[in-house]
Design a protein around this ligand. Structure first.
Ligand code: B16
Ligand code: MG
Length: 219
């Protein structure tokens, strides 16, 4: 029997690709404010909180707290407009089968996302009902790379983090999973998630549930 009793999935970059919508929303704000912002710059925003994303976009440009709040609200408004386009067709390749197979095998499944919009996205993807727990941008105060969110989700599942495998596409997310004492499965290139226990260059389509449990169990 595997030690691993649950899979905790990050949302953006693992189950669906909302990064493109985040990019378009930040880009719109940056253009309006005359701040240079490229797709490459957007990579640094992957997996980090809205507040930290703004700081990285500003690259040290000073703004007042009032402006920061107004800009984050404006960006979020744009982002939420894009989110209305999301359907189950936006699930990343392999996600549907992997989640269903995990449940069939008695592995609990949960989401641990930094996003305050995670529940809306999960509803639009029509997978909310399948999940045993959902941690989002409201669940904890300290965001990734702090371990808090994954510890919180493991608690909701009634499991120690060491019995959970976290699937993450962001460097900060893998840091958080390792700090929580969970197994870490990285989605994407080695430069970003090479410090995970196991890496899936193309995401959940790369592996089956039994293969994943076996590889993590043999570490
Ligand atoms: P929101 P994840 C993260 O989602 C995104 O990757 C990141 O770009 C975003 O800034 C963060 O959520 C907060 O999102 O502004 O909607 O609260 O990868 O943790 O699922
Ligand atoms: Mg992510």
């Amino acid at each position: 029997m595997s030690e691993i009793k649950a899979f905790i999935f990050d949302l953006d970059g693992v189950i669906t690709d909302t990064a493109e919508f985040h990019y378009r929303a930040w880009k719109r704000l940056a253009d309006e404010e005359g701040i240079p912002f490229t797709r490459e710059d957007n990579e640094a925003l992957r997996g980090v909180s809205r507040r930290e994303s703004l700081a990285r976009l500003l690259k040290g440009r000073p703004i007042t707290e009032e402006q920061a709040q107004a800009w984050m609200a404006r960006k979020n408004g744009y982002y939420q407009q894009y989110l209305t386009e999301i359907t189950p067709g936006n699930l990343l390749p392999g996600a549907t089968d992997f989640l269903a197979d995990a449940r069939t095998r008695g592995v609990k499944i949960a989401v641990g996302s930094a996003s305050r919009n995670a529940r809306t996205v999960l509803d639009s993807l029509q997978i909310t009902d399948q999940l045993d727990a959902i941690g989002d941008g409201y669940s904890v105060t300290r965001s990734k790379p702090a371990p808090d969110l994954f510890i919180w989700v493991a608690g909701r599942l009634d499991l120690p983090p060491g019995r959970c495998a976290v699937f993450e596409d962001a460097e900060a997310g893998i840091d958080a999973a390792l700090a929580a004492g969970a197994y870490a499965v990285g989605v994407g290139p080695a430069e970003r998630v090479g410090h995970a226990h196991l890496r899936l260059p193309n995401g959940l389509a790369d592996i089956t549930v039994p293969e994943c449990l076996e590889r993590l169990g043999n570490l």
